[in-house]
Design a protein around this ligand. Structure first.
Ligand SMILES: [Zn+2]
Ligand SMILES: [Zn+2]
Length: 373
């Protein structure tokens, strides 16, 4: 598969300057970022491509190599784009405060440290039935997460006053003591180095400011999802400590298999056994499909293994109208045991079949002739 041109991916001219590249990438990222398009694989793919393109073109050396040799010149840097956040581009830097917390998964460590620490993101693995993935489903999941303690209003202290300055280190978080010639500093044992203590811990959360709760959450799975599709619920993760913002919840889907159909992207595949007469004479067979049965036309002279396509009877597209196809592979069944009369009929058939009526045999015999003459 050939890779798309990096300039085309970003929609810029070949002499675009850094500022143009940056704003083109910014625009792409805003449109296609996976967090803004949960479950949309096409968007995720475009975002990954744009990130890769930007990473190469924003680096003068790599860009020069790319201009000269194309993808081969930068193939080393094409590796390791494992996730949407990979690629060495600091999303937080590009977006500034506009999207703020939105991009703190797997990145933005500095940003996080300077703020109150946001609660953790949670992952919930949800297995759904084959049909549910196609039609969409609403279901309830049970999650355990950290919730702000209601007793102390997430202050951690019974009086709701919150932490106070540690009396032992006076807020410094360290204590110094003399060891021989040296003055040694170590973390204050009273506050563990935090500089603050809760003198009257809340009896519910023991000063933790949060409690673990189990709760039910309604999850709405759109039609057309695949195994690995991720649905993000902003602010449904763990609460942060002391009233800090909540993390996000990611519901990661896996699709159970079906006894008749297999998924192939948005196409559905199945194998249909047919009889020799049906294959030879043609037939119309009613088969189950998405949204009701469909009539499959088997043309006269259909060979075993032939794939027949029913348009629009596959899996609906996730974010647009339409659906993939249903691809039916027909397998001609040969009867295991024939009675005398049937055997006679087949013999008559064999004798009456001219070799031109057996295309594969005809060409085979033709080649064999050449081989020995
Ligand atoms: Zn509490
Ligand atoms: Zn202390």
């Amino acid at each position: 598969m050939s890779k798309a041109d990096y300039y085309e991916v970003l929609g810029v001219s070949r002499d675009a300057n850094d500022q143009e590249l940056k704003s083109a990438y910014r625009k792409m990222a805003r449109e296609h970022h996976p967090d803004l398009n949960p479950g949309d694989h096409a968007a995720e793919e475009r975002f990954k491509q744009a990130s890769e393109a930007y990473q190469v073109l924003s680096d003068a050396d790599k860009r020069a190599a790319y201009d000269r040799y194309g993808h081969a010149g930068v193939s080393g840097s094409g590796q390791g784009f494992g996730g949407p956040f990979a690629g060495g581009v600091d999303i937080g830097d590009l977006f500034g405060d506009l999207f703020g917390e939105m991009f703190s998964v797997g990145g933005g460590g500095q940003r996080r440290a300077t703020r109150q620490q946001r609660g953790d993101d949670l992952r919930f693995d949800l297995a759904i039935d084959f049909e549910a993935a196609i039609f969409g489903v609403e279901t309830e999941v049970k999650i355990r997460r950290q919730e702000p303690c209601a007793t102390c209003n997430a202050s951690g202290s019974a009086s709701r006053r919150g932490p106070t300055t540690c009396g032992q280190c006076h807020g410094r978080g360290q204590v110094r003591y003399q060891q021989g010639f040296f003055a040694v500093a170590r973390a204050c044992p009273a506050c563990g180095g935090a500089g603050q203590v809760i003198s009257d811990p809340c009896s519910t959360c023991r000063g933790e400011t949060r409690v673990t709760k189990e709760l039910k959450l309604n999850v709405k799975v759109p039609p057309g999802v695949e195994t690995g599709t991720r649905i993000r619920y902003a602010g449904e993760g763990d609460a942060g400590r002391a009233g800090a913002p909540k993390g996000d919840l990611y519901v990661v889907l896996s699709i159970r298999s079906h006894e008749f159909f297999q998924r192939d992207g948005h196409n559905l595949r199945c194998v249909l056994p047919i009889s020799f007469p049906q294959a030879a004479l043609g037939a119309e067979i009613e088969i189950p499909a998405i949204g009701g049965n469909v009539t499959l036309k088997i043309p006269e002279g259909t060979p075993s293994g032939k794939e027949l396509r029913v348009r629009g009877k596959g899996v609906p597209f996730l974010n647009e109208k339409g659906a993939g196809d249903l691809i039916v592979k027909v397998m001609v069944e040969i009867p295991k045991k024939l009675n005398r009369a049937q055997r006679e009929l087949v013999n008559q058939l064999a004798e009456s079949l001219a070799v031109e009526n057996k295309p594969a045999s005809a060409s085979f015999l033709e080649k064999m002739k050449d081989l020995f003459n």
